[in-house]
Ligand binder design. Structure first.
Ligand code: SIN
Length: 299
């Protein structure tokens, strides 16, 4: 079923407005203070989330406790992966992960991912049951750069050319667990650049969303990915074609951050990436992650 959301559409229910960010993915929800929402408003948020796969809430003023409490409404939270600096990010709030390039008084990073590009990916897809969703809350942003991009994988699936659709039918990708989206080696993993033998978990390339039933491409990340059962050169060619299609501009939205923005995305229906920014500027984001409810299931 194609998504049919003309960009100008605005819905109003109980003071809540939902405005699509583009045709393929995302909507801005306004009229909501995430620090004090009731069950009815949360139901509207879930409805909008199912329809658009990613939601933007601007102008929020959330404490750590508010962020954790809003995140918990979606399900159990994951404890984040150990940061590259080996530390627990926010004392008292183990569920909050810091994404930042800021250095502490000893010159050590207070968070992960630095100031470089984070390539297209969906979070922790190398797990058997990857996280359902992730959210980022902006505390400090650079003057320019550091935009976060989303791509809608239901729209990308629906627009697949017939030959590509045929080529991926019934196939799975092994999702590599060696490197994160910033290119950093994950803690405790042996470096490898061999897609066939590197550690990872296979998932079907086309999965049905467990809540909406909509089929979507589930690609993970490109580095070290491998289409199970194919000779490596055929796997590489198929993955290149798939990634070129899935990240086309018509399926993407680029988010220019303001302090107080909260962006929530569904890992089962989107990819995301981040632009690099000037390392001399400061960017500070809090991130939470909703634990996976089920393994990705073939469409
Ligand atoms: C991420 O890939 O989770 C981080 C995205 C960002 O820093 O904008």
């Amino acid at each position: 079923m194609p998504i049919s959301s003309p960009i100008e559409r605005v819905e109003i229910a109980g003071g809540v407005e939902v405005r699509p960010l583009c045709d393929a993915v995302g909507a801005e929800v306004s009229g909501v203070d995430l620090g004090r929402i009731d069950d009815r408003t949360f139901d509207l948020i879930i409805e909008a989330w199912d329809a658009h796969s990613a939601l933007l809430f601007r102008g929020q003023n959330l404490s750590e406790a508010d962020l954790v409490s809003f995140s918990r409404r979606f399900g159990e939270l994951d404890l984040p992966p150990v940061m590259e600096n080996g530390r627990t990010p926010v004392p008292g709030y183990p569920e909050i992960y810091i994404v930042s390039n800021i250095l502490d008084a000893d010159g050590k990073p207070i968070g992960s991912l630095g100031a470089g590009e984070a390539v297209w990916h969906t979070d922790m897809s190398y797990l058997e049951v990857p996280p359902d969703a992730s959210m980022l809350y902006a505390l400090e942003i650079p003057e320019r750069g550091g935009d976060t991009w989303l791509a809608g994988m239901h729209a990308a699936f629906m627009a697949l050319p017939p030959d590509l659709r045929r080529a991926i039918e019934g196939r799975s990708i092994k999702h590599d667990g060696t490197y994160n989206s910033g290119g950093y080696l994950r803690a405790g993993v042996t470096p490898s650049d061999d897609p066939v033998t590197s550690v990872g978990t296979p998932h079907p390339i086309v999965c049905n969303h467990p809540r909406t039933g909509h089929p979507a491409l589930y690609l993970g990340r490109r580095r070290n990915a491998y289409v199970m059962g194919l000779p490596l050169d055929e796997s590489e060619a198929l993955l290149d074609a798939l990634w070129a299609h899935a990240t086309r501009p018509e399926f993407s939205y680029a988010h220019r951050w303001q302090v107080g923005d909260l962006l929530l995305w569904d890992n089962r229906a989107t990819l995301h990436r981040r632009d690099p920014f000037d390392p001399a500027s400061r960017r500070l984001m809090y991130r939470t992650q909703i634990r996976g409810s089920t393994a990705p299931r073939a469409a």
